[in-house]
Design a protein around this ligand. Structure first.
Ligand code: MN
Length: 231
């Protein structure tokens, strides 16, 4: 095929302990999936069904990178999250069977331009400016589910410059990984290449140039991110 221009390679994530890359097509993100985080954002966690937003696949950036302080924001936030990678076509799957559609897991950061997100939210406009932008989907190499089994509980935390900012347990999710896959599969034909960022615990906050972020999830190792100057 002859393209008008030379396209970039398909965004992909390395698989830990392997030479393989997991090619990414879509990135779904769950909003307000930990009760204490919903409350810190000013919402009642008991009354809301799950909701989603998306990021483009080319927003991915691999752990260890330095990213510029993002454009157009004065309140650039971290959100530490468990990421799941889908293994095969998933359409209208049951909660009971949903774990069969997981290829693997990763640590992720849903980087957020909080001032732009909140401004959009308040006037009923889309979240894209706050959520779907360059370098906004940080991720570690994937750990295959075949190596560690189902990941339904365990520590998730984030440190900024060595200071603990977020700490919770994966079992504190309002909607479990299986429930999220089942619910999303009612609205999309999920497929290999789809990533799901499963929401962040309480303790979100701003970063500044020079910050070093370290995130941890049990069995998945650590995520590193450095914040550089705006460019
Ligand atoms: Mn998030």
């Amino acid at each position: 095929m002859d393209y008008v221009y030379v396209p970039e390679p398909i965004p992909s994530v390395p698989v830990r302990g392997s030479q393989l890359q997991y090619a990414v097509s879509r990135i779904f993100c769950v909003g307000r999936n930990y009760a204490a985080h919903a409350r810190e954002m000013g919402f009642d966690p008991d009354r809301e069904p799950p909701f989603y937003f998306t990021k483009p696949a080319n927003a991915l950036v691999l752990s260890g990178a330095t990213i510029p302080y993002s454009l157009g924001t004065k309140n650039f936030h971290y959100e530490m999250e468990l990421v799941i990678a889908i293994s095969k076509p998933a359409f209208r799957v049951s909660v009971e069977n949903a774990q069969d559609y997981i290829y693997g897991y990763a640590c992720g950061l849903d980087m957020t331009r909080r001032d732009l997100q909140i401004k959009s939210r308040e006037i009923g406009r889309p979240w894209d400016f706050g959520k779907a932008f360059e370098n906004s989907a940080v991720i570690t190499p994937l750990v295959p589910k075949s190596e560690i089994g189902e990941l339904n509980h365990g520590n998730i935390d984030l440190l900024v410059n060595g200071v603990m900012k977020q700490k919770a347990d994966l079992k504190d999710m309002i909607w479990s990984v299986a429930e999220i896959i089942a619910n999303l599969s009612e609205y999309y034909h999920l497929n290999t290449g789809d990533l799901i960022y499963t929401g962040t615990p309480e303790g979100v906050g701003p970063v500044v140039t020079g910050d070093h972020l370290v995130g941890n999830i049990d069995h998945l190792g650590s995520l590193d991110l450095y914040i550089g100057p705006a460019e």
